[in-house]
Write a new protein. Structure first.
Length: 329
C-alpha cells in the first residue's frame, strides 16, 4: 500500500494489475476499509475495473458490521451497468453480505439471479442463503433451500444442517428439527455442539423434556463437547416438564463436567426445585449462586421465595424478599 502511494505521488501510471494487486493485498490483510477506499480511487481516476476488482470490493464490504449488503447490491448493479462479467465468486460474496444481516429476501433474490445469468449456484451460496433465512426467522424458506440443495447433488455440510436446524428451533418446529438431526446421520454428516444445542433447544421450546434428554444422551454417547447452552436448554426442558429431579441431576452434572453455571443455569435449577417443593435445595442453590458471585435475577429470587412459601418457610421467604428489594432486582 505504501509503494502504491509513492507511485501515485510520483505520478507513475497505475495499471489494472497495480490496483488488483494492492486491493487483493488489503483484503488478505483484513484491511477492508482500505480496499474499499482504493476501489473508490479507481473510480475517481476513471481507471477500468474488472471482475476481480469488483469481487474483491464486494468481499471486503462483507466485513462491514452494517450496510454490507447494500454496498454489495450497489456494486452488483455497477457491474451490470458497466457490463463487467459477474461470476460465482461475485454472488457468493454478495449473498454472504446479505446473510450477515439476515436479509433473507435479498439473499434469495441473488440466488435466483444466478440461474438467469447461467451461473451454477454452489454450496457456499446455499449455505449463506439458508443462514440468512435462519436469521430472518424463515424456517420454511431455509428447508426449501436445503432440499433444493440436496436435490441438486451439492455437497451439504454440518454448517448447512446446523443453520436449517436452528431455523426450525427459532420457528418452533421441533419435529422438523429432529428430522434434520436424524438426516445428518443418514447422510453421514458429523453433528457438533451447535447441532445438539439447536436440537435440544427446539425440544425445550416445545416442552418436550423426553426428546431433549434423548438428544442429550446421544450427545454423551458420541462424546460431543457440551457447554452452558447445552445444559441450560436441557435444564429448562426438564423444569418446564415438571421433571425437577432430572433437572437437578443435570445441574449437578455441570459442576462435575466443569461447565460454567451462569444466571440462567441457577435460576432454572432453583425454579425446578420450587416446582418440586424442595425449598431447602432451592435456598442452597441460591446461596451457592451468591457465593460464586453469579448475578441473581428476578426469576431466581421469585423461584426461591416461591419454594420457601410452598414449604411453609415464610420467614425465609420474607428474608429473600427483603434482599430482593434491597438489591433493587
Amino acid at each position: 500500500l505504501q509503494l502504491y502511494r509513492v507511485a501515485v505521488q510520483s505520478k507513475l501510471e497505475s495499471s489494472m494489475i497495480t490496483f488488483n494487486s494492492v486491493i487483493s493485498a488489503c483484503e488478505t490483510a483484513a484491511e477492508w476499509e482500505k480496499a474499499i477506499q482504493l476501489f473508490a480511487e479507481m473510480l475517481q481516476s476513471k481507471s477500468e475495473v474488472d471482475t476481480f476488482v469488483l469481487n474483491t470490493a464486494i468481499s471486503s464490504a462483507s466485513s462491514i458490521s452494517k450496510g454490507a449488503w447494500q454496498i454489495a447490491l450497489h456494486l452488483l448493479s455497477f457491474m451490470a451497468q458497466g457490463k463487467v462479467e459477474s461470476n460465482g465468486i461475485t454472488f457468493s460474496a454478495a449473498i454472504s453480505s446479505c446473510e450477515k444481516e439476515g436479509e433473507w429476501e435479498k439473499a434469495l433474490q441473488l440466488l435466483s439471479e444466478t440461474v438467469v445469468l447461467a451461473i451454477d449456484p454452489n454450496a457456499f451460496m446455499f449455505n449463506a442463503a439458508i443462514s440468512a433465512c435462519e436469521k430472518g426467522g424463515k424456517w420454511d424458506k431455509a428447508l426449501h433451500l436445503l432440499y433444493a440443495m440436496l436435490h441438486s447433488n451439492l455437497e451439504s455440510s454440518t454448517i448447512t444442517l446446523n443453520a436449517a436446524i436452528s431455523s426450525c428451533e427459532k420457528g418452533d418446529r421441533w419435529e422438523k428439527a429432529l428430522v434434520l438431526f436424524g438426516l445428518m446421520a443418514q447422510i453421514k454428516l458429523e453433528s457438533d455442539t451447535i447441532t445438539f444445542n439447536a436440537t435440544i433447544s427446539a425440544c425445550e421450546k416445545a416442552m418436550n423434556w423426553e426428546k431433549a434428554l434423548q438428544v442429550y444422551s446421544v450427545m454423551l454417547q458420541r462424546s460431543v463437547q457440551s457447554n452452558t447452552i447445552t445444559f441450560n436448554a436441557a435444564l429448562s426442558a426438564c423444569m418446564k416438564g415438571g421433571r425437577w429431579a432430572s433437572a437437578l441431576h443435570l445441574f449437578s452434572g455441570m459442576a462435575s463436567r466443569k461447565v460454567e453455571r451462569d444466571t440462567i443455569s441457577f435460576s432454572t435449577a432453583i425454579s425446578a426445585s420450587a416446582r418440586g417443593c424442595q425449598w431447602e435445595i432451592a435456598t442452597y442453590f441460591f446461596n451457592v449462586m451468591m457465593q460464586n458471585r453469579v448475578e441473581s435475577d428476578a426469576l431466581a429470587f421469585n423461584a426461591t421465595i416461591d419454594a420457601c412459601g410452598k414449604g411453609g418457610e415464610w420467614e425465609k421467604a420474607l428474608q429473600f424478599l427483603r434482599i430482593m428489594v434491597h438489591n433493587t432486582v
